[in-house]
Write a protein that binds this ligand. Structure first.
Ligand code: HPA
Length: 271
């Protein structure tokens, strides 16, 4: 990644009409439906954006969509890059930097995660209050990071308090159960062992997933306020662990999708 590459990616999108979006939104596994709510959409496939990470075969549908939701200009990432696909930390956070260069002032993130806190149930949504980075690296560990911001980025409050409070109020109003907790990020793609789930609970995690944290670190580095919500797709009970069923994970994420769409739409209205 160089500044010149970022500028070229940004210029390409601007030339397609991506004009000063206010909000960037990352849509996770099975949460793509918010994209259907975008008015006057302009679509840019990842594979067509200069210097964007090259999409894998199974990921050919990845695209950036620009348009308006609730009267606000948004840019939506439909599909994200994961470390488990072989991308590095710079790749997976490159789109965040591009959306920042386009002008976004806030970032919304969604993902699918496993519930470590067994008071939380499959299908619940969880507002991320804080995180634990267990991915063994950082998207800020590169030589020229000083050209992009403070090397020792502060992580005292990585998730914006005001937007979190707004989401809690919205959820209450809409009768949507919104848990709150700590998200631990792992590389994957293998799921965790019983011993690992037990460890994650002891460490203070309420949920575990394979994304989001690198994006949040970079957004903090760029002083972008973030709000992030997980769909809890499976219950990670080390004493009753059943083999993972990826189809079921996707099904649970899909079922929870309308709740996530509602929360995000209302939040867009209120900021
Ligand atoms: N572990 C890691 N990532 C996940 C899980 C899990 O149990 N469920 C959904 N994403």
């Amino acid at each position: 990644m160089t500044k010149k590459e970022l500028n070229e990616s940004t210029a390409y999108l601007q030339s397609k009409g991506f004009d000063k979006p206010e909000i960037g939104i990352v849509l996770g596994t099975g949460l793509g439906k918010l994209a259907d709510q975008i008015e006057d959409p302009i679509v840019a496939h990842y594979n067509h954006i200069p210097f964007f990470p090259l999409a894998t075969v199974e990921f050919h549908s990845g695209k950036l969509i620009y348009g308006t939701i609730e009267g606000k200009k948004v840019v939506v990432m439909q599909g994200r890059f994961h470390l488990y696909e072989g991308y590095d930390f710079i790749d997976v956070t490159y789109p965040i930097r591009v959306m920042h260069q386009l002008g976004i002032e806030k970032l919304f993130i969604s993902n699918a995660a496993g519930a470590i806190n067994l008071d939380f149930k499959k299908g619940d949504l969880m507002l991320i209050e804080d995180h634990i980075n267990l991915q063994g690296g950082s998207p800020l560990a590169f030589k020229s990071v000083g050209e992009y911001g403070e090397r020792f980025a502060d992580m005292a409050e990585p998730y914006d308090v005001d937007m979190r409070q707004k989401l809690v109020a919205i959820a209450k109003n809409e009768n949507i159960t919104l848990r709150q907790g700590v998200y631990a990020s792992v590389v994957g793609p293998q799921l965790e062992t019983k011993a690992e789930y037990r460890m994650l609970g002891i460490l203070g995690a309420d949920a575990v997933g394979m994304s989001t944290v690198p994006e949040v670190i970079v957004a903090n580095h760029l002083n972008l306020p973030i709000v992030a919500v997980s769909v809890l797709t499976d219950e990670c009970d080390p004493d009753n662990l059943k083999p993972v069923n990826v189809e079921e994970i996707i099904e649970v994420a899909n079922k929870a999708e309308p709740k996530m769409v509602k929360l995000f739409k209302e939040l867009i209205k209120k900021i």
